[in-house]
Design a protein around this ligand. Structure first.
Ligand code: ITT
Length: 191
């Protein structure tokens, strides 16, 4: 079965390729020219929009991810605006570090909403995953993508940027959401 990964974010796509490898889908990229406007107010609403519109445009099953970082001392920012919080990963990271300054409350969480759409755009499955951590004062490590270098996971004693991908694949917001959907994706593959 074919499944379009409805994302233009290379970091996400690489993780999905790794996390979905055992399910045996033929994973297709999102057509470059296809850009879905993220007008939703929640991660789930945006995941729905992306999955439906990419499914309809390609005529294939589609899986979309809307995700972001919520920093508690910043009132949950950047949240659904995580991709629009600056013009590069470095800018976005620096903006958060600047806004937090020396605030001792470093509490944060990554959230991931995933939606799966039929070729005619109906959402047949959705899930949300959350991973709690702390914002470092200085970026550490260059594994992963996006905000990974400033997101520290106390249980691991490491930032996402310092973790090998197989460890992030066991604990991340994306892995948690995908594990909820795994049985449905297996059914879909067998149907
Ligand atoms: P698509 O919509 O095409 O999938 P996008 O990058 O615009 O790509 P989002 O709107 O969901 O995706 O924005 C997610 C933002 O949160 C983006 O800035 C990511 O870098 C960041 N992000 C999400 N998951 C992350 C992770 O596992 N590690 C680091 N940063 C992450």
């Amino acid at each position: 079965k074919k499944l379009v990964i409805a994302s233009g974010n290379h970091g996400k796509v690489a993780e999905f390729r790794e996390y979905l490898a055992d399910l045996g889908f033929e994973l297709l990229p999102k057509p470059d020219e296809l850009d879905v406007e993220e007008t939703g107010e929640t991660f789930l609403a945006n995941a729905h929009l992306k999955a439906s519109q990419v499914a309809i445009a390609t005529g294939e099953w589609a899986l979309a991810d809307d995700s972001g970082l919520e920093v508690m001392a910043l009132g949950g920012a950047p949240g659904v605006f995580s991709a629009r919080y600056g013009s590069s990963d470095r800018d976005r990271i620096n903006r958060i570090l600047q806004e937090l300054d020396d605030n001792p409350n470093r509490e944060a969480q990554f959230v991931c909403a995933i939606a799966v759409a039929t070729p005619d755009g109906n959402i047949i499955a959705e899930a949300i995953g959350v991973c709690k951590g702390e914002i470092l004062h200085v970026p550490q490590g260059d594994n992963g993508f996006g905000y990974d270098p400033i997101f520290f996971v106390p249980e691991q004693g490491k930032s996402f940027g310092e973790m090998p991908s197989y460890i992030k694949a066991q604990i991340s917001h994306r892995a948690i959401a995908l594990n909820i959907l795994r049985p449905k994706l297996k059914d879909l593959q067998l149907a």
